[in-house]
Design a protein around this ligand. Structure first.
Ligand code: AHR
Length: 552
């Protein structure tokens, strides 16, 4: 098998459709990789909720990011940044999780309702975080004005077409406060005192919030509970919450990465007490942060730079991201020991890359970071993994929407740009609601050196979904230095038409910035169709590609 030369070209892809089986053998010998899509092997429907987001009161996410205020000169819709609303609509944002994160377990929803001028100012959960960039000024990100509260968030969801997912405070409020938040959001117009309070704030009809998180990271910032303690709290919070005619979906605070013990002990305890009640989802969090190559597991020491990273950190970060597959299958197996019908699904409600401070757009953006083509490849890898497990993953929320970790947008005052991660979400939106089908990838593993020793990782990664006669195939090439010529076959059917969109960059540190906002964006690749049959496509190095295939 021979390696292709590095193609230092933003659009390195080329596609050749061959007639019948005549030329296939020749092409098979040339291609170094093969992808076979099996439309007759369905996995499950790709829940649109896999394309979910997360917005926490943290650094520049809410204030400066989403909320600019009604008096702002920045174009807005009722105080929400207009450019953000418009860009979000294009990617079909299925769901947004709010208000945290760790912040959720410090938040009193009552602080954020009623007349804005009268709302209390409170210290933000993150006020003392060691990661604050030097020179971070005081502002609502440190002393929250509560100008963005429940109704502002729910209106934001309405504007963008997303469903809300509210995360309740289990550490520092009571179950009664939780019931009352549900009452405020969902009780019929004029039925309760809280529904009248909602009406006075301009929303007479119920918001009909279906998704409710019962705490966040209850093993850590959400209370430092044992799984058994959390199971008792979970029951106290979730039993007998009034439904107001809705099919409420509760999401339990699941494990930190690979902590199978948290899942096993929690599920075990719930099973002992008769079952899972209205639990709909089990939240899994996984960040890709340790690029030390195994030298340390220290949370601060293990992180790397967002942009000026050494070459080996490309592989380390993407290998971390690729752990998502085993995290899903391992936790799923544990859940199945107790929930044999798999009534409860996985909700990966925090995922993404987490770098050292230093590349944020403004010092007030705690945990803000730049995003390169590496982040796009990470996003492609992760979303493809979710599709391959569409039977298990019911929702996922990239962390976080704007000005934070694996953001889709960077904004400061009137400046606003799309990151490479945004473009992956835009390209991949076509998968939403499709039937995920088995996709076999046969490609050489990607070799690199880890602390002087040979190591390897997955080179090509893919997933496919069927939408009647339209097939969406997405592929990431994690090889930063070599294009991959690949033969693509769809079992049992011929290909009628193909269109290709590719996101790549000649430089693995390339990124969009306020001064150069369009360095990385998807470009159509040439597709020359010559009748039905197998096809060959060359995936550019460090790329994310979407093929839209019309089946004959
Ligand atoms: O996304 C940032 C933080 O990461 C969240 O607040 C917390 O849930 C997680 O540890």
């Amino acid at each position: 098998m021979r390696r292709r030369d590095f193609i230092n070209n933003a659009v390195a892809g080329s596609l050749l459709l061959l007639t019948g089986g005549r030329s296939t053998v020749t092409q098979s010998r040339l291609a170094e990789a093969r992808i076979e899509v099996l439309p007759d092997e369905p996995i499950g429907r790709i829940a649109p909720e896999i394309y979910g987001h997360f917005a926490e009161h943290l650094g520049g996410v809410i204030y400066d990011g989403i909320w600019v205020g009604e008096a702002s000169k920045i174009p807005h819709v009722g105080g929400v940044r207009r450019a953000l609303v418009e860009a979000m609509k294009r990617i079909k944002p299925s769901v947004v999780r709010w208000p945290g994160g760790c912040f959720a377990d410090s938040y009193n929803w009552r602080d954020g309702v009623g007349a804005r001028a009268q709302r209390p100012r409170r210290p933000n959960f993150w006020v003392d975080a060691p990661e604050w960039p030097k020179g971070a000024p005081d502002g609502p990100w440190k002393y929250d004005t509560n100008h963005f509260g429940t109704d502002e968030f729910l209106r934001f969801c309405q504007l963008t077409g997303a469903q809300p997912y509210l995360a309740a405070n289990l550490r520092s409020l009571t179950a009664k406060d939780f019931y009352e938040w549900v009452d405020y959001c969902n009780s019929p117009a004029g039925s309760t005192t809280l529904s009248e309070m909602r009406g006075a704030a301009g929303q007479r009809e119920p918001w009909k919030v279906r998704y409710w998180g019962v705490g966040n990271e209850s093993w850590g910032c959400g209370g430092n509970f044992t799984p058994e303690e959390y199971a008792a709290e979970y029951r106290r919070f979730s039993e007998w919450v009034p439904r107001y005619g809705l099919d409420l979906a509760f999401i339990g605070s699941g494990p930190n990465g690979g902590d199978l013990g948290w899942s096993r002990r929690f599920f075990g305890r719930l099973a002992e007490r008769g079952g899972f009640g209205r639990m709909w989802g089990w939240a899994l969090h996984h960040y890709s942060w340790n690029v030390s190559g195994g030298r340390t597991s220290d949370w601060f020491q293990g992180k790397g730079e967002a942009v000026k990273y050494p070459d080996d950190e490309w592989y380390e970060l993407l290998s971390e991201a690729d752990r998502m597959e085993s995290l899903i299958t391992d936790h799923w197996a544990v859940m199945g020991e107790f929930d044999r019908q798999h009534r409860v699904k996985l909700v990966v409600d925090e995922w993404g890359a987490w770098y050292k401070p230093g590349s944020e757009a403004h010092p007030s953006h705690l945990l803000g970071q730049q995003a390169t083509i590496r982040d796009a490849v990470l996003a492609g890898l992760t979303l493809d993994t979710f599709h391959r497990h569409a039977d298990k993953v019911a929702m996922a929320n990239v962390a976080q929407l704007i000005n934070c970790l694996q953001a889709l947008f960077l904004a400061h005052e009137d400046k606003f740009i799309l990151t490479p991660t945004y473009h992956v979400f835009e390209m991949y939106a076509a998968h939403q609601g499709g039937q995920s089908v088995r996709t076999n990838v046969s490609a050489p593993r990607l070799s690199y050196t880890r602390q002087g020793k040979p190591a390897s990782m997955r080179g090509l990664s893919a997933s496919a979904s069927l939408h009647d006669r339209r097939l969406i195939l997405t592929v990431t090439n994690a090889d930063p230095g070599a294009a991959k010529e690949t033969e693509i076959g769809v079992r049992g059917t011929a290909v009628k038409e193909v269109s290709v969109l590719t996101l790549t960059a000649g430089d693995i540190r390339a990124h969009n910035s306020f001064d150069h906002p369009r360095v990385i964006e998807p470009r159509p690749a040439q597709a020359a169709a010559r009748g039905g049959g197998p096809l060959t496509y060359t995936f550019a190095p460090a790329s994310v590609t979407r093929l839209q295939i019309t089946l004959a």
